[in-house]
Structure formats: structure tokens, C-alpha cells
Design a protein around this ligand. Structure first.
Ligand code: TGC
Ligand code: FAD
Length: 403
């Protein structure tokens, strides 16, 4: 005798801890994702296309720069923002990545590290989706260790001249403005290059159309295929002094942006995990082998229980830290690492379990698990790899650096 399945939201009882506004925001983004994105998710993945035509609606929903106060941004709290990202990644990690990079990386960099003029010039247009941004930290020879970057900027009169290459940059091919992190000499000495003593990291706003700035697209990714990824190639690229971010020099500035984005990913990845879980439950209740539905087999139930446990624990942790973030205005970087590391691993495992439960059908794009599984391989790697977050936590817990 079978009974209706208990949903994840009933199991976690999360809604009891959400305000009405938090639930309403989640519902409006859920409607959008399920009606506008999901029907074309497989095709967008297959054809490596990001649906730029959806950007105005994303803007209308208030999800671009959602947690920034003022400047036409929605000023959402951390729970609202987390729920938004979870719904977006239920659709696809590419959709969530677009929003993370626009809001938590590009817009946040301008908000936290920019001048009042830069904020007023860029943030409202970015919140409206009229200007798309990207965030260039990673380079061909500098990934987990961004302090080793070789892109550098030198002063030339009142301008800055940038040289170097950033790669793996989300939104690069479609961005009108790139936040580029580059080394400059401690004393801003003219002509400084990394091998000649340039040592301080500064942020620069590089606008499309600037001479010496190209953004070639990266093709052939087997993950995040619906996300636009590219390089930022800077060849004697001259930008005005007004495009230097005036914040305190150092790696701390880009890492502060990463804290925002990593926290969002900790929520977002669980959206992908939920899509995989729900797809598996539906499938095993229908699919019959050995005289009964797969849902009646103990090994199948164990996989579902493992998935559900991870998702519910991850959500409770994310909610706890989101409330703490709003109370204190910030989280410790180690807390952000704990959330990102744990929840992305939960999601990747859930996608694998779900893919397996669908058997051969699990490798088809007709079902969501293999798409999420492939996407989550990138999520595991970007914004600090799983191992980097292990080392951040290991250092904090022992006082010893193992980098
Ligand atoms: P370290 O000496 O530890 O620190 C240098 C300075 O930075 C400060 N700091 C932080 N500040 C804010 N938040 C954090 N999480 C911070 N971590 C460190 C630190 O206090 C220090 O400040 P100061 O004032 O004393 O100079 O730096 P390190 O060179 O040893 O590196 C530390 C390490 C390895 C943890 C860091 O470099 C790291 O996180 N590496 C991973 C790189 C990464 O995450 N890259 C992501 C690129 S962007 C991306 O992937 C976008 S994908 C987006 C999408 O599509 O969704
Ligand atoms: P590496 O740093 O070379 O690491 C390779 C392996 O070695 C990993 O398993 C790593 O964990 C491990 N490793 C490294 N150091 C250690 C150590 N000390 N001890 C033990 N193991 C170690 N970057 C941006 O700046 N902006 C973006 O918008 C952006 N978008 C991205 C989008 C996608 C789809 C992808 C895949 C990446 C994106 N990235 C972006 C880059 C991403 O942040 C980097 O890929 C990531 O930081 C890891 O760098 P890496 O690929 O060079 O790997």
C-alpha cells in the first residue's frame, strides 16, 4: 500500500522559518524559472546558448544586484537572495552563474570598492540589465593562487595601461564592463611589470570598445554550456584614471567579492540538487523492475535518503548562516568556505545518485540529472575549488597553512 511522498520542503520545515516576503520572492522566481527557463533548458545546454532575451525579466524580478541597497537594486536580505539563487539553479547553474557574476561579483565590486561616481554610473544600469558585467581574476597560469597573477597595469600620464590575459571568465563575451584585477607597482611607478616589482593588486573597470580589449568566447565546454565563458585579452589597453577602483589595494578586495558569490553558490547548488532529487523520486515511483516500482527497493530508497539528508542539512546550514550574515553584516570567510564546500559536494553527489537511479535514461538530456551533474563539476571548481576550501578550513581549525 503506497502513500503520497513527503516533499523536501515538508521534511526540512524551512518555510516555518521564512517570512511571508521571503516566500513570495521565492514563488515569483520559481514561476519564472519553471515557465520561461526549464522548457528550453536542455536545448540551451545542447546549443551552448545563454538566453539574453530573459535578462529584462530577471531585472524586473529584482535579482540583478539583489542584495545591494540603493542604486535601483532590490536590497534583499541574505535569505531572500539565497532563495532566489536556489530557484535559478533549480533551472540551470548557468542561469544562476549569470546572476551571481552580475550581482555578487561585478556589481558588488563596484558597490564595495568603487567611487560614488562609479556606483552611480554603473549600478542602476546593471540592475536594469542594460549593462552586463564580468569579473576577471583567473589567468592561464593563476587559478587557485590569484596572488600569482601576471596581468599588470602601469600609469601613463593620468591613464592606466593594462596588459595580460584573464581566462574562464563568465559573461565575458556578452559584458559591457569587465572588473579586471591587475598588479601595479607599490608606488604606481610608470612601466612596472610583475617581474620588475609590481606587487599590489588593484581593480579596474574596462569597458567594451576600448582599444586593446578583446573577449574571445570559450567553446566546447561540457559543463555550464548555457553560460557564456570567455577570455579578457588586454594588449596595451588604455583606460582613464576614473576607471580605477579606489579601494584599499590587495587581494582582500577581490576575495571580499568572492565571499558574497560563494555564499550565494552554497544556496544555489541546493537548487540543482533538489531538481535532481525530485526527478529521481518521480522516476522510481513510475519505473517498474522485478515486479514492482523501483521506489519499493531498499537500495533505491537508501540513495534517496542520502540525497534528502544532504539537501535538508545543507539548507538548514545555509539558513542559519544567512540569518547570522544579516545580523552581523558579514560572515567569517571560513564559514563561507564551509557552506560552499559542503553544499556543492552534496549537490554533486545528489546529481550522481539521481543520474544512476534513472539508469540509461539518466544519460539523456531529456531528464535534468546529467545536465546538472555536468554543470556542478564547474561549480565544484570555480569560486575556490573544493580543495581550496578544505585548506581554508584546515588552516583555520589548526592554525597551520597547508597551501
Ligand atoms: P592570503 O595571504 O591568505 O590573503 C591575502 C589577503 O586577503 C585577505 N583574505 C580575504 N579577505 C576577504 N575574504 C576572504 N575570503 C579572504 N581570504 C583572504 C587576507 O586577510 C589578506 O589581507 P591583507 O590585508 O592581510 O593583505 O592570500 P593567499 O594568496 O595565501 O590566498 C588565499 C586563498 C588561496 C584562500 C585565496 O587566494 C583563494 O581563495 N583562492 C581561490 C581563488 C578563487 O576562488 N578564484 C575564483 C575566481 S572568480 C570565479 O571563479 C567566478 S565563477 C562565477 C560563476 O560563474 O558563478
Ligand atoms: P588550479 O588552481 O590549477 O587547480 C588544479 C587542481 O589542483 C584543483 O583540483 C585544485 O583544487 C588543486 N590544487 C590547487 N592548489 C592546491 C593546493 N595548494 N593543495 C592541493 N590541491 C591544490 N574565474 C574568474 O576569475 N571569473 C569568472 O567569472 C570565472 N568563471 C568560471 C566559469 C567556469 C565555467 C569555470 C570552470 C571557471 C571559472 N573561473 C572564473 C575560474 C575558476 O575560478 C578557476 O578555475 C578556479 O579558481 C581553479 O583554478 P584552476 O582551474 O586554474 O585550477
Amino acid at each position: 500500500m503506497s502513500t503520497p511522498p513527503l516533499g523536501l520542503e515538508q521534511l526540512s520545515a524551512l518555510d516555518e522559518h521564512l517570512t511571508e516576503q521571503e516566500r513570495l520572492i521565492r514563488a515569483s522566481v520559481r514561476r519564472f524559472v519553471r515557465s520561461e527557463y526549464l522548457p528550453q533548458a536542455a536545448e540551451l545546454f545542447e546549443t551552448e546558448r545563454f538566453p539574453l532575451e530573459l535578462v529584462p525579466e530577471l531585472a524586473r524580478l529584482g535579482v540583478l544586484g539583489a542584495s545591494i541597497p540603493g542604486y535601483e537594486c532590490a536590497g534583499m536580505n541574505s535569505v531572500e537572495y539565497g532563495l532566489v539563487l536556489q530557484e535559478l539553479e533549480y533551472g540551470d547553474s548557468a542561469l544562476r552563474s549569470f546572476v551571481s557574476v552580475q550581482g555578487s561579483l561585478a556589481m558588488y565590486a563596484i558597490y564595495a570598492h568603487g567611487s560614488e561616481e562609479q556606483r552611480a554610473r554603473f549600478l542602476p544600469a546593471m540592475a536594469r540589465g542594460e549593462v552586463i558585467g564580468c569579473f576577471g581574476l583567473t589567468e592561464p597560469d593563476s587559478g587557485s593562487d590569484p596572488g600569482s597573477m601576471r596581468t599588470y597595469a602601469r600609469r601613463s600620464g593620468s591613464d592606466w595601461v593594462l596588459n595580460g590575459t584573464k581566462m574562464w571568465i563568465t559573461n565575458a563575451p556578452i559584458a559591457q564592463v569587465a572588473v579586471v584585477w591587475a598588479k601595479v607597482a607599490d608606488d604606481d611607478a610608470s612601466g612596472a611589470a610583475p617581474d620588475r616589482g609590481a606587487s599590489t593588486i588593484r581593480g579596474f573597470l574596462v569597458e567594451r570598445g576600448t582599444r586593446g580589449f578583446e573577449t574571445p568566447r570559450t567553446r566546447g565546454k561540457m559543463s555550464l554550456r548555457a553560460s557564456e565563458t570567455g577570455e579578457l585579452v588586454l594588449d596595451e589597453c588604455r583606460i582613464p584614471a576614473a576607471n580605477l577602483l579606489p579601494s584599499k589595494p590587495g587581494l582582500g578586495a577581490p576575495l571580499a567579492c568572492l565571499n558574497q558569490a560563494r555564499f550565494g553558490i552554497a544556496w544555489g547548488a541546493l537548487g540543482a540538487a533538489k531538481a535532481c532529487y525530485e526527478s529521481a523520486v518521480d522516476y522510481v515511483r513510475e519505473r517498474r523492475q522485478f515486479d514492482g516500482p523501483l521506489a519499493r527497493k531498499q537500495l533505491v530508497q537508501e540513495r534517496l535518503v542520502t540525497m534528502a539528508s544532504g539537501i535538508v542539512q545543507g539548507e538548514i546550514m545555509a539558513l542559519h548562516y544567512a540569518r547570522a550574515k544579516d545580523r552581523h553584516g558579514r560572515l567569517r570567510p571560513e564559514q563561507v568556505s564551509l557552506c560552499k564546500r559542503t553544499n556543492v559536494a552534496v549537490a554533486l553527489d545528489a546529481a550522481r545518485q539521481s543520474r544512476a537511479l534513472l539508469g540509461a535514461n539518466g544519460i539523456l538530456l531529456d531528464y535534468p540529472p546529467v545536465r546538472h551533474l555536468l554543470n556542478l563539476e564547474s561549480v565544484f571548481t570555480y569560486e575556490g575549488t573544493h580543495e581550496i576550501h578544505t585548506l581554508v578550513l584546515g588552516k583555520a581549525l589548526t592554525g597551520e597553512s597547508a597551501f
